[in-house]
Design a protein around this ligand. Structure first.
Ligand SMILES: [Mg+2]
Length: 236
């Protein structure tokens, strides 16, 4: 297996972004005494998720900078509740970046699967669209460091997945051949189609089972399906 390279996405694939982000937001909501101004955390959370999603789409298109994304998701969230307070926006955006990467929830079977795959001799790597300084903390805090040879954050390439340049850069860095490389991720466009378009094999992690897939797509719904799925996808 020494020649085979598995590239994992991080957020929503190994690291349980939903759960970790919610825990972090709950903590900073409490710290900032936001319950005095906003009745329910769940409403705040929902509004934040929409604002954040929209800004990430704009960031991927290159229309919003990383710095603006980090503050504007809170500016927009607070605006919804008619709160206009730059100091509070600063506090929330800073604390979020300080608190969220230290959350450790992974998807069920993540460690067990990575253990199995590395025992089988596969080379494991990460390709993420997330930001360098937080992704490395998440990987370390969740106990994932020892599994991975290279970690590529797309910002070091200057474009984001699904741009083929991100995958080509990562394969070159890992000294991997595309015919012997597999991309594994939860985002159908960015990870699955992105990997295929770069000439790699690809596996879509449809963990909610909700995304529409094509008949011939290679899909898993649970990480523990990977050790059996990979030889099939690589046809060896
Ligand atoms: Mg993801």
């Amino acid at each position: 297996m020494e020649d085979y390279h598995l590239f994992f996405d991080l957020d929503h694939t190994l690291w349980d972004f939903e759960k970790n982000s919610k825990t972090a937001l709950k903590q900073i909501f409490k710290e900032a005494d936001l319950h005095q101004k906003i009745e329910k955390f769940s409403t705040f959370h929902g509004v934040y998720q929409n604002a954040n999603k929209l800004l990430w789409q704009q960031y991927s298109k290159g229309t919003v900078s990383k710095e603006l994304l980090r503050t504007k998701r809170f500016t927009d969230t607070l605006k919804y509740f008619k709160i206009d307070d730059n100091g509070l926006v600063d506090q929330l955006s800073h604390r979020y970046i300080e608190v969220s990467p230290f959350q450790k929830n992974l998807f069920p079977g993540a460690i067990e699967t990575l253990n199995d795959l590395s025992k089988e001799g596969y080379n494991l790597h990460i390709i993420t669209n997330g930001f360098m300084e937080v992704q490395h903390i998440k990987i370390r805090e969740a106990g994932l460091t020892s599994f991975f040879d290279i970690v590529v954050c797309s910002e070091e390439v200057g474009v984001t997945k699904p741009d083929s340049r991100v995958f080509n850069y990562s394969m070159a860095k890992a000294n991997a051949k595309k015919e012997k490389s597999v991309m594994i991720g939860d985002n159908y466009e960015a990870d699955y189609l992105g990997g295929l378009n770069a000439g790699m094999k690809s596996i879509f992690f449809n963990h909610r089972g909700k995304h529409k897939v094509r008949k011939d797509d290679d899909v898993i719904e649970h990480l523990t399906e990977l050790p059996a799925k990979i030889p099939w996808v690589l046809r060896y």
